[in-house]
Design a protein around this ligand. Structure first.
Ligand SMILES: Cc1cc2nc3c(=O)[nH]c(=O)nc-3n(C[C@H](O)[C@H](O)[C@H](O)COP(=O)(O)OP(=O)(O)OC[C@H]3O[C@@H](n4cnc5c(N)ncnc54)[C@H](O)[C@@H]3O)c2cc1C
Ligand code: FES
Ligand code: FES
Length: 486
């Protein structure tokens, strides 16, 4: 194995921080960024609300180098991000946004905007809102309503002072375009490049605590062969909750977040190849104009903070029956590229899912890519039904695909549902009924009756079983109405 190091390095605001986990016994590789910043670095501006990524009080901003050495800013919910994620990045805290000029504090333009619109009440959520707004300011020059709502989708204010907060964000178009971060940009890029050049694979092997963060896929595959018991981490947005909410130990982790080979999206002849380490937000941005049905699902996936770290591979890896990308991937007839040192295999998503959180992945295997055929002759549609639009788990989610013959008969159809069974599942009987039939309302109504009895969903806090069946029926009708409009 290549040279490993028990050190991670990152910039905290402008200051270089080096953590050597061998000597630093009070920190663990699964210490969250939030706990580090508050308890070790003593920046107390950032707050803990829920410790599960749901409230946004812990929002911080990360800057990282892109492929062209540009700086990219993104928000994270620091309560569910582990420290090694910061390796080679820059982390900004709310304390660092303002400036001192002639002995006086000069607020950052986004903070000034919030003051101007009275955008803070109890203030507990405010640092998180400020960081999300700062990120919006750095990433979108003239944000529209959609940009603002997306940027703030992961921040809750329990005193519901949203309007004044939104009003502050709408002032952005009139704010100065440069801030102190613009002036520091070149220096920050230089510093990050310097850190990056020195980075090696991070490995800490302590009692009951092994964490490996390689930079190459081949190294990850070798490691998985040697230690099949190690758990993979993409962005940890599922896994971290085992620690923060269930207080479980995560004794052996293999972190894929530094592997560039897993982070590309490439168009090939007739299909797309998406790296398993691509974040949900990266995918949402890339698919904006190409796969509107996919983007629609990604728009309501968690919040921007979650999407920034959560990966496609992680969504597939957890094999949840309500994983939001799965129905739409199934509609696209997606395949997974699954690799180990000894084998490279492709598998259809529908065959990969075996049971509740059970997949065909062997202990030594890693999902490396998703292969997404791009058949422009079919209509693809998706819908997520949840109690809240943003930051909520699906009650039922759907991904449908339809191809019609010239005389408007069903040539092929996929009706994939999440939340209706122990796995994301296709309504095969309904599909079979529809094949070859005219795509007309009376046929759809008959199909809805078949669909109703095809699943035996559970009742839970989100919906009764009968409610889920009704939802599934109505989603088919909604899809039919959608096809009439295009
Ligand atoms: C507040 C909040 C909101 C959320 N909202 C949504 C939502 O709207 N929709 C939704 O679907 N999910 C949601 N999630 C769940 C989670 O964000 C997603 O499942 C996400 O895609 C997981 O990706 P990750 O990279 O963070 O996975 P991780 O937590 O790193 O890993 C998840 C699982 O996948 C495995 N894994 C990771 N990478 C790979 C790989 N390359 N190959 C094989 N296995 C792998 C891990 O071992 C683990 O078992 C939410 C989570 C939170 C905390
Ligand atoms: S503390 Fe609520 S999202 Fe982190
Ligand atoms: S200002 Fe009080 S919760 Fe947001």
């Amino acid at each position: 194995m290549e040279q490993n190091n028990s050190i991670i390095q990152f910039l905290l605001n402008e200051e270089l921080r080096t953590i050597d986990f061998r000597s630093q016994k009070t920190l663990s590789p699964t210490t969250t960024v939030l706990n580090y910043v508050r308890d070790h670095a003593k920046y107390k501006g950032v707050k803990e609300g829920c410790a599960e990524g749901d409230c946004g009080a812990c929002t911080l901003v990360i800057a990282e180098l892109g492929a062209d050495d540009e700086l990219f800013y993104k928000t994270i919910t620091s309560c569910i991000v582990f420290l090694p994620y910061l390796n080679g990045k820059q982390l900004f805290t709310v304390e660092y946004l303002s400036d001192k000029q002639n002995g006086e504090t000069k607020l950052h333009p986004v903070q000034e905007a919030l003051v101007k619109t009275n955008g803070s009440q109890c203030g507990y959520c405010t640092p998180g809102f400020v960081m999300s707004m700062f990120n919006l300011y750095k990433t979108v020059k003239s944000p529209d309503r959609e940009d603002v709502e997306q940027a703030l989708s992961g921040n809750l204010c329990r005193c519901t002072g949203y309007q004044s907060i939104l009003d502050a964000a709408y002032l952005f178009k009139d704010l100065p375009k440069d801030d102190k971060f613009s002036l520091l940009k070149e220096k920050n890029i230089r510093d990050l490049k310097e850190i990056d050049a020195k980075l090696s694979n991070f490995l800490i092997d302590r009692e009951k605590e092994v964490y490996y963060q390689p930079r190459q896929l081949s190294q990850a595959l070798e490691y998985k062969k040697d230690y099949p018991e190690s758990m993979l981490i993409g962005g940890a947005s599922d896994l971290a909750l085992l620690k923060t909410k269930k207080y479980q130990d995560l004794p052996h982790l293999l972190d894929l977040s530094k592997i560039k080979e897993l982070q590309s999206i490439e168009k090939k002849d007739g299909y797309w190849e998406i790296g398993a380490g691509v974040s949900i937000e990266q995918l949402r941005e890339a698919f904006g104009n190409k796969f509107s049905s996919f983007k629609k699902m990604l728009d309501v996936f968690g919040s921007q903070q979650i999407r920034n770290v959560a990966t496609l591979g992680g969504n597939l890896g957890s094999g949840s029956p309500i994983g939001d990308t799965l129905p739409v991937l199934m509609a696209h007839q997606a395949e997974l590229l699954i690799e180990s040192v000894d084998e490279r295999r492709t598998e259809k998503l529908k065959d990969y899912l075996l049971g509740y959180h059970k997949t065909s992945l062997m202990p030594e295997e890693i999902i490396t890519k998703v292969i997404l055929p791009s058949d422009e002759n079919q209509i693809i549609w998706s819908e997520k039904v949840s109690k809240r639009r943003d930051l909520d788990i699906s009650t039922v989610c759907a991904g449908f695909a339809l191809k019609l013959t010239k005389d408007q008969k069903v040539q092929s159809i996929v009706l994939a549902f999440g939340g209706m069974a122990a796995i994301t599942y296709r309504a095969y009987q309904t599909e079979e009924f529809l094949l070859g039939k005219p795509w007309e309302k009376y046929v759809i109504e008959e199909a809805m009756e078949i669909l109703k009895d095809e699943f035996t969903p559970i009742s839970d806090a989100r919906a009764e079983a009968d409610g889920r069946k009704l939802l599934a029926k109505n989603l088919l009708l909604k899809f039919y109405l959608f096809t009439l409009e295009i």
